[in-house]
Design a protein around this ligand. Structure first.
Ligand code: AP5
Length: 237
């Protein structure tokens, strides 16, 4: 059996990890493992996991490792995809060690880690203007990446809502938590020679080709067309 591929996208809240992951998994035919999405789905469904995670997420704190790590392992074991794209995991050095351990027991290798460096002022502006589709999870921004029709998802027609952790106070705490608990991961992967830093403050259509370049030669399915993240119509919400 061929070795499975794995890629990781790192960066502060609002750096654009989810926006680019949504395009990359389609273009590169990978399975997306977004711990934020998994946890939000659990909160929405009212599962035990969701009940445990909700209070941490609403405060902008990290959900404890002993809750998050088993979720990722379960996904890796059950998913038959040819490779994985990790968005939002790992987020602590302990999670990074756990991922190495999971991979060493299977034929999986981290090929590249993309780090989207983005200054705080850009992050606050992005997160306070973010809108997400209640139905399919597609992400927009009221000014930068607006939907064609205000408040309505271009992809599925679902209602666009504000994430509960996107108010300014929680965003500032998420940034603090990122600096305190997640930033060390950058040096961890840099030390392994896997990291490529990309300026995440550039417009989406300038960042995306840089990510594709950094990931290296890919299957012929790689597309260079515009993504599914809504056009620049100038329509505000
Ligand atoms: P998670 O969902 O992972 O949130 P995050 O890391 O804070 O990142 P975001 O989803 O807020 O931002 P993003 O980088 O994906 O940006 P996006 O593409 O949306 O985690 C949420 C919570 O879950 C955590 O706080 C924690 O509690 C918990 N959690 C998750 N994983 C965990 C783990 N491993 N361990 C413990 N706890 C965990 O873009 C943002 C906005 O900017 C959008 O409006 C977008 O349209 C716009 N935009 C994006 N790129 C550009 C661009 N280049 N130019 C202009 N606008 C842009």
């Amino acid at each position: 059996m061929d070795k499975k591929r794995a890629f990781i996208i790192l960066g502060p809240p609002g750096a654009g990890k989810g926006t680019h992951a949504a395009r990359l998994i389609t273009d590169l035919d990978l399975s997306n493992i977004s711990t934020g999405d998994i946890l939000r789905d659990a909160v929405k469904s009212g599962t035990e996991l969701g009940r445990k995670a909700q209070e941490y997420m609403e405060r902008g704190e990290l959900v404890p490792d002993e809750i998050v790590i088993p979720i990722v392992e379960e996904k890796i074991v059950s998913d038959r995809a040819s490779g994985f794209f990790f968005d939002g995991f790992p987020r602590t050095l302990n999670q990074a060690d756990a991922l190495d351990e999971m991979f060493s027991r299977r034929r999986i290798a981290v090929e590249k880690v993309i780090y989207l460096s983005t200054p705080d002022r850009v992050i606050v502006e992005r997160l306070c203007g973010r809108r997400v589709c209640k139905v399919c999870g597609a992400t927009y921004h009221v000014k930068n990446i607006p939907p064609i029709k205000a408040g309505v998802c271009d992809s599925c027609g679902g209602e666009l809502i504000i994430r509960t952790d996107d108010d300014e106070k929680t965003v500032l705490n998420r940034l603090e938590v990122y600096r305190r608990q997640t930033a060390d991961i950058i040096n961890y992967y840099r030390g392994k020679g896997l990291l490529t830093e990309i300026n995440g403050a550039l417009p989406v259509d300038e960042v995306y080709p840089r990510i594709l370049d950094a990931l290296g030669p890919k299957p012929s399915a790689v597309s260079s067309g515009p993504g599914a993240q809504g056009g620049m119509t100038g329509d505000d919400q």
